[in-house]
Design a protein around this ligand. Structure first.
Ligand SMILES: [Zn+2]
Length: 314
């Protein structure tokens, strides 16, 4: 009897684990190389390596989206150590994508000027990824702005597809960048306790956000979908990404590539939105489907103390 019970428990655990591992997430990291107030490039390089070590430890097939302007100094000279940061991404086996040259807001630009930004944004990255036998395939919109009129959305879609780019959506949008600003300010002020309080709150907040978007997916599709998380290349993730990845993995997430995530048919959902705001694709699909307003309720917000410390209102 005991053996049977143990067997049943064993099967139960196995089934439970199997059910859990259906949750999938791709990790996309924007604004390479590094969003930081730090001017010391060797420090930036070290932070970038720290962030990569978390991705390697949890075997995350991540993609980083580059703003090539960040590779140059104010005199327009290429800073080799900043290019080295991208080389480290490739050496560690990760992917790179295009996030435009200087991170402009498409709402504020004519389409032609934006297209120039896209092309200028691949000058260094494209040969670099080719050197590692990869292709430059993915494009991420700055501020997640896809166009604030139907015409602008359409011409950009056409342009990107002509150039062979695949748009990289985001389902788990968040205010991680506010935490990142607060965290770095705390480090610079040598307020270690505050820095760790912000870091702890960041991990909790990201788990809450993940739960929220999971329930959005359940409501919209009746199942879990392959989620796409957006975070940035910053000091906060250099320190806390490992903890976040561990927590996500403990809650049943398997980390997959962007390519694999996009194979989820959820990403073929119709999106007829043309908005000024940059929002999650889950909400674009929901707006297109004309869901009830209650769908959007309950989104976790950035804790007030983090907003106050960063001096940024969410
Ligand atoms: Zn960005």
């Amino acid at each position: 009897m005991k053996v049977l019970l143990a067997l049943l428990i064993g099967i139960g655990i196995a089934l439970g684990l199997q059910a859990q591992s259906t949750k999938k997430m791709t990790i996309t990291i924007d604004d390479l190389p590094m969003v930081t107030l730090e001017e010391d490039d060797s420090m930036r390089l070290q932070m970038n390596l720290d962030l990569l070590s978390h991705l390697s430890e949890y075997e995350v097939p991540a993609i980083g989206f580059v703003n090539e302007k960040k590779l140059f100094n104010n005199d327009g000279q290429l800073v080799p150590i900043r290019k080295q940061m991208l080389i480290e991404w490739m050496e560690a086996g990760f992917e790179l994508g295009n996030h435009t040259y200087s991170h402009p807001d498409y709402n504020a630009l004519e389409s032609e000027a934006f297209f120039e930004e896209v092309m200028k944004g691949e000058v260094i990255t494209r040969p670099l990824v080719h050197h590692y036998n990869q292709e430059l395939k993915y494009f991420r919109h700055p501020y997640l702005h896809r166009g604030n009129t139907p015409e602008k959305v359409e011409v950009l879609e056409n342009f990107l597809s002509e150039k062979g780019y695949i748009e990289a959506p985001v389902t788990i949008d968040n205010s991680e960048w506010i935490f990142a600003r607060a965290y770095e300010l705390a480090l610079r002020r040598n307020q270690r306790l505050m820095a760790s309080r912000i870091g702890d709150a960041y991990v909790d907040y990201m788990l809450d956000k993940t739960n929220y978007y999971e329930s959005n997916a359940q409501e919209l599709f009746g199942r879990d979908i392959s989620q796409t998380l957006l975070i940035h290349d910053n000091f906060l993730n250099a320190a806390y990404l490992g903890r976040l990845l561990r927590a996500l993995s403990q809650s049943g997430y398997e980390f997959i590539s962007l390519k694999e995530a996009l194979e989820d048919p959820a990403y073929d959902s119709e999106d007829t939105t043309s908005l000024r705001a940059g929002i999650t694709w889950l909400h674009r699909w929901a707006i297109t489907k004309k869901v009830d307003k209650s769908f959007f309720q309950g989104e976790p917000s950035c804790p007030q103390f983090v907003q106050d410390y960063a001096g940024i209102t969410e």
